[in-house]
Write a protein that binds this ligand. Structure first.
Ligand SMILES: *Cc1c(COP(=O)(O)O)cnc(C)c1O
Ligand code: SF4
Length: 322
C-alpha cells in the first residue's frame, strides 16, 4: 500500500503514535514544496529510512523541503525538452531506433530531483483502444526496434493492462526488444508477483529491465529476492542512479551501491548528472566532482561495477559521457 497523505496528516499520525523523531523531521519539511510536488512514499521505502537521522540518504530523496522553493534560472520545468519529441499521445521518440512509451503518470514514490516532477502526463492514453490508436505511429515506422517503457512508472499499471499493451506491441514484427524502466522493484517490490514475472518472461521479445537505485540503503532482502526472481526468469537487470548532493556524492556511498548491485546480479549502467529541473538545484553535484569520484571507484571495484557517468543534453541523439 502506498501512502500519499498531506504532511499535516503525517505530523498528526506521528503525534498520535508518539514518534517524536519522525515528527521533528516532518516539521522540517515544507508545505509549499509539498503542494508543488506532493510527498509520496511507499511503505517499503519508508521502512528503510532511519528516521532518527535528518540527513538520511533515503529521506532526502522523498522529503519536500524549503530548498526546493529557491529559484534558479538555469533550473527549468522541462529540462530535457521532452514535450517537443512526442510523436503520438504517450509516445516520445528522441533516440535512434527507440521509442519511449509513457504508460502512466503514477509513481511508487516521488523523488524530489525527478526531471519529470512538473509534467502532469495528461496526454497519456487511458484505454486500450486509445493505446491501440497511438501505437499506429510505431506500426508504421520499422526503424523503431526497441520500446522503452517509462513513466511515471510502467509497473504502477495494473498487471492486466500492462500485459494487454505489451501484447499489442508483440504483434508488431519489427519490435525486437522491450526495456522496462522502473523504480517499483526498489520502492514497491510487493507489486511484482511471480505471475507477472512469468508473463513478462513470456513476451515475444527480449526484455530487459532498468531499475533506479541511488543508495545501498535502498536494498533490502525483499528487493534482493524480487531482483533474483526477475534475473532467474531470464530478464537482465541494469541500474541507473542520479548523482545527488547529500545522498550519494561520496566514494563510500557509490562504492557500497555498486557492491550491493553486483551482489544482487544487477549491472550498474548510468550514473546521471542531475537534470536541471526547477526545485532540485540543491541536489547538484558538478561534473568535475563526478569524474573524480568515478576515478576513485575504478581503483577499488571491478570494471563491471563502474557505471558510466553521463548527462542528458537536449537535442543530442544519446546520453553524453562526462
Ligand atoms: C536516456 C534515456 C533513455 C534511453 O536510454 P539508453 O539506455 O541510452 O538507450 C530512455 N528514457 C529516458 C527517460 C532517458 O533519459
Ligand atoms: S519517474 Fe522515477 S524518478 Fe521520477 S518520481 Fe517517478 S519514480 Fe521517481
Amino acid at each position: 500500500m502506498n501512502c500519499n497523505p498531506p504532511i499535516g496528516f503525517i505530523k498528526k499520525e506521528a503525534q498520535t503514535t508518539g514518534n517524536s523523531k519522525e515528527m521533528a523531521l516532518l516539521n522540517g519539511s515544507s508545505k509549499e514544496a509539498d503542494e508543488q510536488f506532493p510527498l509520496l512514499v511507499s511503505d517499503a521505502f519508508a521502512s528503510r529510512i532511519d528516521w532518527s537521522n535528518s540527513s538520511d540518504p533515503l529521506l532526502l530523496q522523498i522529503l519536500p523541503t524549503a530548498a526546493e522553493l529557491q529559484t534558479d534560472p538555469a533550473f527549468i520545468l522541462d529540462p530535457l525538452e521532452e514535450a517537443g519529441y512526442s510523436i503520438a499521445p504517450g509516445i516520445i521518440k528522441k533516440y535512434h531506433g527507440r521509442a519511449i512509451l509513457q504508460l502512466t503518470g503514477a509513481c511508487p514514490i516521488h523523488c524530489r530531483y525527478c526531471f519529470r516532477r512538473h509534467i502532469k502526463g495528461d496526454n497519456i492514453p487511458k484505454t486500450l483502444a486509445q493505446w491501440d490508436e497511438s501505437l499506429e505511429v510505431i506500426r508504421k515506422d520499422p526503424s523503431i526496434v526497441e520500446i522503452i517503457y517509462s513513466g511515471g512508472d510502467p509497473l504502477m499499471l495494473p498487471n492486466k493492462k500492462f500485459l494487454q499493451i505489451s501484447n499489442l506491441l508483440g504483434e508488431i514484427a519489427h519490435i525486437k526488444r522491450l526495456r522496462i524502466h522502473s523504480r517499483v522493484p526498489v520502492a514497491s517490490p510487493e507489486r511484482i508477483s511471480l505471475d507477472l514475472i512469468k508473463s513478462i518472461g513470456n513476451l515475444p521479445f527480449t526484455v530487459t529491465m532498468v531499475i533506479h537505485m541511488n543508495h545501498a540503503d535502498e536494498m533490502d532482502g525483499f528487493v534482493e529476492a524480487t531482483i533474483a526472481s526477475l534475473v532467474d526468469a531470464g530478464i537482465p537487470i541494469y541500474n541507473q542512479s542520479v548523482l545527488l548532493k547529500g545522498v550519494n556524492d561520496n566514494l563510500e556511498s557509490l562504492t557500497a551501491l555498486s557492491e550491493a548491485l553486483i551482489q544482487a546480479r544487477v549491472t550498474p549502467y548510468y550514473l546521471h548528472l542531475l537534470d536541471p529541473v526547477a526545485g532540485a538545484a540543491h541536489f547538484l553535484v558538478d561534473a568535475k566532482t563526478g569524474r573524480q569520484l568515478l576515478e576513485e571507484m575504478r581503483k577499488v571495484l571491478p570494471g563491471f561495477a563502474i557505471p558510466l557517468l553521463v548527462q542528458e543534453i537536449p537535442g543530442e541523439l544519446a546520453k553524453t559521457p562526462i
